[in-house]
Design a protein around this ligand. Structure first.
Ligand SMILES: NC(=O)C1=CN([C@@H]2O[C@H](COP(=O)(O)OP(=O)(O)OC[C@H]3O[C@@H](n4cnc5c(N)ncnc54)[C@H](O)[C@@H]3O)[C@@H](O)[C@H]2O)[C@@H](O)CC1
Ligand SMILES: [K+]
Length: 217
């Protein structure tokens, strides 16, 4: 997947922001049925995964969902497109915090802390937020890969999210094979030629939709 993103960017000029926006929009579609008009807490990390979550928060706020964003680091530590997503939310007046203390249990938690960039067991605030989400008796929707789960092997080196649904991007990651929740694959408009370049056999699975439900057999 790392190669897919790299070739899409380097050989085709698809930008990270273009992909992130599609990830965030697709993710938002999943939240509608799961939150059913109720409150949403978006847990966001500092990488590409977090950026998708921040874009989702924007769509939810635009639809008057009560949405709270919880970042696993100080905003000043963000950079690039993720910082830009954050800045936008700030200008919209969306509540952004960096702790889950005394946070009311929402109708839905969106887990956008870590995707395929996981390195070792979850640490610090990220770990604390994951523990909070695991203990909160509510529905959890993960973006791309449940945070704390190795996208390639499915291993859980430490704490991890166990969501009701995962909205995974472009390709189903091998580490999702044993997932117990529902799996939805989202289109982020990777040109088919990218898969050819990398040597991944690929038949576009989306038809006339932008997401498809996957069944693991
Ligand atoms: N790279 C791309 O081109 C795209 C990436 N997207 C999303 O971005 C993800 C990949 O982005 P990144 O490569 O930035 O990586 P991630 O966002 O998956 O993870 C990196 C972040 O996680 C933190 N992190 C890693 N291991 C940790 C640990 N053990 N404890 C606490 N924090 C930890 C790092 O500090 C960093 O902030 C994908 O899974 C996908 O969801 C999408 O937005 C679409 C395009
Ligand atoms: K995640």
């Amino acid at each position: 997947m790392r190669d897919v993103d790299r070739v899409a960017i380097e050989a085709y000029g698809l930008s990270l922001l273009q992909m992130m926006e599609q990830a965030g929009r697709g993710l938002t579609r999943e939240t509608f049925a799961l939150a059913n008009g109720g409150s949403v807490v978006v847990l966001a990390g500092g990488g590409g995964n977090g950026g998708g979550g921040l874009a989702c928060a924007r769509h939810l706020a635009n639809r008057s969902y009560p949405v709270t964003v919880v970042l696993d680091r100080e905003p000043a530590a963000l950079s690039g497109v993720v910082a830009a997503q954050h800045e936008l939310l700030e200008r919209m007046g969306i509540p952004i915090r960096t702790d889950v203390t005394a946070l009311e249990t929402p109708a839905l938690v969106v887990d956008a802390l870590v995707g395929y960039g996981l390195e070792g067991p979850l640490r610090g605030l990220t770990r604390e937020f994951v523990q909070w989400a695991e203990n909160a008796e509510t529905t959890v929707l993960s973006l791309d890969v449940p945070s704390g789960i190795d996208a390639t092997t499915g291993a859980e080196p430490g704490d991890a999210v166990h969501p009701a649904r995962t909205f995974t991007l472009a390709l189903p990651k091998t580490g999702l094979r044993d997932t117990t929740g529902e799996l939805v694959l989202g289109d982020i408009s990777i040109p088919s030629g990218v898969y050819e370049t990398i040597g991944i056999p690929y038949t576009p699975p989306f038809g006339h939709e932008f997401s498809v439900r996957l069944t693991i057999t």
